[in-house]
Design a protein around this ligand. Structure first.
Ligand code: CA
Length: 222
């Protein structure tokens, strides 16, 4: 587990780094908001500890920019004792939790562990076929690291196919499970399959969604 600590106060940074390293985590420290943002954006940390009051770019701006860049690394925000505003702002811009200074290491470690555990659970909801990722908790689809926007029906169709990846799925099964209507016309299903292909396959070259003639469809890794 690799944790990024963005904190300009040397004493606090050292206290947090030492404690985390003794606990067995790998730690990198960034001393200002700009350096922290670069580190977090272009590396895959498991958690970011982010102070609000930072030189160059404050913690709120760092969190906002990370989320705008679709970086989902969990963020634990460190706020000053009486800044209720920072806590609310921090959560609004996408921090996952906050801790008020001063704090004990035990309290801090409990938050760190909870966030890392929560992130592991969320990650388990991501299903993968080749370079296609379907996050069933967030209802987000990515292929080759790029977001793919789907309509609700397209998403439902894809989710069903992903759950049955590698198997042949008949139109009857799709009608029943995606449309909840066994009378839906099979050409409607074909139309949605075509929409889905245009979004998840066409831009990426290698098709994952295949027609199994006379039977139905299958989604499988190349
Ligand atoms: Ca600070």
């Amino acid at each position: 587990m690799h944790i990024l600590v963005v904190e300009d106060e040397a004493k606090i940074a050292a206290f947090v780094q030492q404690g985390l390293e003794e606990t067995g985590y790998h730690v990198t420290v960034a001393r200002d908001g700009e350096a922290g943002l670069l580190e977090a954006q272009f590396n895959n940390y498991d958690l970011v500890i982010l102070d609000v009051m930072l030189p160059k770019l404050d913690g709120i701006a760092v969190a906002r920019k990370l989320r705008a860049a679709r970086k989902a690394t969990p963020i634990l925000m460190l706020t000053a004792r009486d800044s209720e505003k920072d806590k609310i702002l921090g959560l609004d811009v996408g921090a996952d939790d906050y801790l008020t200074k001063p704090f004990s290491f035990g309290e801090f470690l409990a938050r760190v562990r909870a966030l890392l555990r929560r992130d592991t659970l969320t990650r388990a909801s991501v299903m993968q076929v080749g370079d296609l990722e379907v996050d069933t908790a967030a209802r987000r689809v990515r292929r080759g690291g790029q977001d793919v926007e789907l309509s609700a029906r397209e998403y439902a169709l894809l989710e069903y196919l992903v759950h049955h990846a590698g198997q042949v799925v008949t139109r009857d099964l799709l009608a029943e499970n995606v449309w909840s209507d066994t009378d839906v016309e099979s050409n409607v299903i074909d139309v949605y399959i075509r929409y889905l292909r245009q979004k998840i396959d066409a831009p990426f070259g290698t098709p994952l969604l295949h027609t199994v003639r006379g039977l139905g469809y299958t989604l499988r890794s190349p």
